[in-house]
Design a protein around this ligand. Structure first.
Ligand SMILES: Nc1ncnc2c1ncn2[C@@H]1O[C@H](COP(=O)(O)OP(=O)(O)O)[C@@H](O)[C@H]1O
Ligand SMILES: [Mg+2]
Length: 204
């Protein structure tokens, strides 16, 4: 694959601030005359959004959940991510494969090695150029989420569940220091924005 664009992923536990900051990254890149594709997981395609609805609302076996995540991801890569990167666009995705390690391995005990096999199958040669990890204490993310009226299946999980996710994310970040930027999400929105844009500037 000849990949000309760059791939930026947003990661972190529910309520960390990913969705709040994605739009300003898009605007910043557009202000630099860079073509940008904004997308999200699970989802990003017509099929993927249908799978998202099942994944976020239906109870299922954690391995079924893992397989559906990767099925949606496979379509997402084929239909959206690769074509955009090949066209020289930047792709900004609200979550990607690290979230499967965090949620299905960290949160739900699916074997790490099984997720590795799926990653190797679905995207052996695709990695994010930059992953922004929105990190904050779990109590604070739960407090932020409690202000939302309708929570999905994952957002309703317990504090220990979110702590396991947070730790898996921090481990992946430590193992991938070149790709990862840990954002302190426990700050005022403006300070988080400043750190996010700073990190994006560094890969231009
Ligand atoms: N830095 C911040 N300080 C206070 N509240 C925040 C901050 N960032 C986001 N929020 C609020 O927290 C909630 C969750 O943010 P959101 O961006 O949806 O998180 P995520 O997409 O990571 O789940 C939203 O109600 C949002 O307005
Ligand atoms: Mg979000």
């Amino acid at each position: 694959m000849i990949k000309k664009g760059k791939f930026i992923t947003f990661e972190g536990i529910d309520g960390a601030g990913k969705s709040s900051h994605i739009e300003e990254v898009i605007s910043f890149l557009e202000s630099k005359k860079i073509g940008v594709k904004r997308t999200r997981e699970p989802g990003g395609t017509r099929l993927g959004e249908k799978l998202r609805d099942l994944l976020l609302h239906d109870e299922m076996d954690p391995e079924t959940e893992t397989l559906l995540m990767f099925a949606a991801r496979c379509q997402h890569i084929a239909e959206v991510i690769r074509p955009a990167l090949n066209d020289g666009m930047f792709v900004v995705s609200d979550r990607f494969t690290d979230a499967t390690y965090a949620y299905q391995y960290g949160g739900k005990n699916v074997a790490y090695s099984k997720i590795e096999i799926l990653e190797q199958w679905v995207h052996p040669d695709l990695k994010a150029d930059l992953t922004l990890l929105f990190d904050l204490p779990v109590e604070i993310s739960i407090e932020r989420l409690s202000k939302n009226k309708i929570l999905d299946k994952f957002e309703k999980e317990s504090e220990p569940f979110f702590n396991r996710l947070r730790n898996v994310y921090l481990d992946i970040a430590r193992q991938n220091p070149n790709r990862y930027k840990i954002i302190n999400a426990n700050q005022a929105i403006e300070s988080v924005s400043r750190d996010v844009i700073e990190a994006v500037k560094n890969i231009l």
